[in-house]
Design a protein. Structure first.
Lengths: 243, 265
């Protein structure tokens, strides 16, 4: 899927979070890495149609995204978005969290929506938790249900905003395994992550974002082996300090 | 994770949930007997014996007063819910005068006693605007009072809904109207119903103050009866029992809602 960004800027109350990003490539699996506050989540939210850029354009498969509340729901419906935490509807069971958007947004008939939801939960080892509400699930289970919900509508791209940052290490692997599983099925995704092993080995491309600028972009294997900017080198060195 | 959090709350007794029903019933009965005994001994010390023989004589008036209390409370609940919702919405409005008006309203009503409001509204505003029907005036005053509290309950629960819930609704592609209908409203109902039931019990009790403008609800009925037969203790005792007959079931409904919507907290 082709993603083009042209001079993309975002300011929050006068503070520049994204300072003119340019990007043009076919995205299959992309990891966005970088220090906290570098603009990673903001970029992902703009891609997901959840935040409007201050200036600049976003084009997806040749079509310019119009950040207009009237057209955005249809744009968002074609994407799957996974939040860091708390993204499940608290008042709905796991199965309803998946089935409700299928019915209400994708116009799937009720019984078919429930069947799809149960099949997904079954596939990802969550069948026993189908009737539980988010508060009754562990953090890792919640994230896996959230990913199942995000892929239920057969999105053209999955966007994951630090899906494992709020999890215990044991749960982190469950979630990353699930994403890798989806990748093998051909699911395209963009993930903001601090899991460098995952970014390096499971994502084809990697983008390094620091202080609102896209400092490096390329194939993950090359980017990690030969960082060309001092910023990325410092970032990676810091991460490896306690390894 | 959540279970652990719930149990670490010092205000939620671990013991209460694990007591066997029989043990609980026996202990509750024991406490009730103690309270009754205290009353009994106090009355004996006064040398007073209860005499409820007047009840059958006044049963029609008592029934009418009781019914009027229920009617006033029910009507006030509906009216205060409507007004409270509007005020809660107004407090979040972008139109500043409207927002400040709602804010001032809540501050004034919550900051003054109901008895003052009843006198002032009834004798000044009610008289000036020609609201002479005491029951109608009573319902209006009570609704105005309770709506301020209901507005706070609604506003509080609206603010307590996590921003991520709205984000998630947008992310799956729901429109604004769908988000309100499928996500915000169900969560708000879950959060407000237990508190609103509690407020309904307050409405029932607060309606007793309407007796000061001679609305013949149950409190005024008992006051009138006691003034004619001097059975003051019996009348007020019976009055308490009648209010409990209304508020205890309402409280039970509130507990039912709390259990049913436990996930909201």
């Amino acid at each position: 899927m082709r993603i083009e960004l042209a001079d993309l800027c975002k300011k929050f109350d006068g503070t520049s979070v994204l300072k003119g990003l340019d990007f043009d490539d076919d995205v299959t699996t992309l990891a966005i890495i970088g220090p906290s506050g570098g603009g990673k989540s903001t970029l992902l939210r703009i891609l997901g149609g959840l935040t409007a850029p201050t200036s600049g354009t976003v084009r997806v498969d040749g079509e310019t995204v119009s950040y207009d509340e009237a057209t955005l729901p249809a744009y968002r419906a074609k994407l799957g978005f996974v939040f860091q935490q708390g993204g499940l509807f608290q008042h709905l069971s796991a199965v309803e969290n998946i089935a409700m958007p299928l019915r209400e947004v994708h116009g799937v008939e009720a019984s078919a929506a429930e069947q799809t939801a149960r099949e997904l939960l079954d596939r990802f080892g969550l069948a026993e938790d189908a009737e539980k509400r988010p508060a009754q699930l562990s953090g890792g289970q919640q994230q896996r249900v959230a990913i199942a919900r995000a892929v239920a509508g057969r999105p053209r791209l999955l966007l994951l905003d630090e899906p494992t940052s709020a999890l215990d290490p044991a749960y982190t692997n469950d979630v990353l395994d699930m994403i890798d599983d989806l990748r093998e099925d051909g699911m395209r995704f963009v993930i903001v992550t601090h899991e460098m092993g995952f970014a390096r080995n499971a994502c084809e491309k990697c983008a390094f974002l620091s202080q609102g600028r896209l400092l490096e972009y390329g194939e993950s294997s090359k980017l990690f082996a030969h960082p060309s900017t001092p910023e990325l080198r410092a970032f990676l060195d810091k991460l490896l300090e306690w390894r | 994770m959540t279970t652990a959090k719930r149990h670490s709350n010092p205000f939620v007794g671990d013991g209460a949930g694990h007591t066997s029903p029989l043990k609980a019933a026996i202990n509750y009965l024991l406490v009730c007997l103690l309270v009754i005994a205290l009353f009994w001994v106090s009355l004996a010390m006064l040398g007073y014996t209860f005499d409820f023989s007047f009840v059958s004589q006044y049963r029609m008036r008592i029934a009418q007063g009781f019914l009027l209390t229920i009617e006033i409370s029910a009507a006030s609940l509906v009216a205060s819910l409507a007004l409270g919702t509007l005020v809660a919405a107004g407090r979040g409005s972008r139109i500043l005068p409207l927002r400040y008006l709602c804010d001032l309203y809540v501050k004034l009503i919550r900051g003054t006693p109901l008895i003052m409001q009843i006198y002032l509204f009834f004798y000044i505003i009610g008289t000036a605007w020609g609201i002479t029907d005491r029951v109608v005036a009573g319902i209006l005053i009570l609704s105005t009072f309770e709506a301020a509290y209901i507005a706070e309950i609604i506003r509080g629960s609206l603010l307590s809904i996590d921003e991520t819930q709205r984000d998630a609704a947008r992310a799956v592609g729901l429109t604004h109207a769908q988000t309100v209908r499928l996500v915000i409203l169900p969560q708000m109902v879950a959060r407000t119903l237990p508190a609103l039931t509690g407020q309904f019990a307050s409405i029932i009790k607060d309606s007793s103050l309407l007796s000061i403008i001679a609305v013949i609800e149950i409190t005024q009925t008992m006051r009138e009866i006691s003034a004619s037969n001097f059975k003051l203790f019996e009348c007020y005792f019976l009055l308490g029992v009648l209010y409990l007959a209304l508020t205890l079931p309402v409280a039970a409904i509130g507990r039912h809602f709390e259990r049913r919507f436990d996930y909201a907290h």
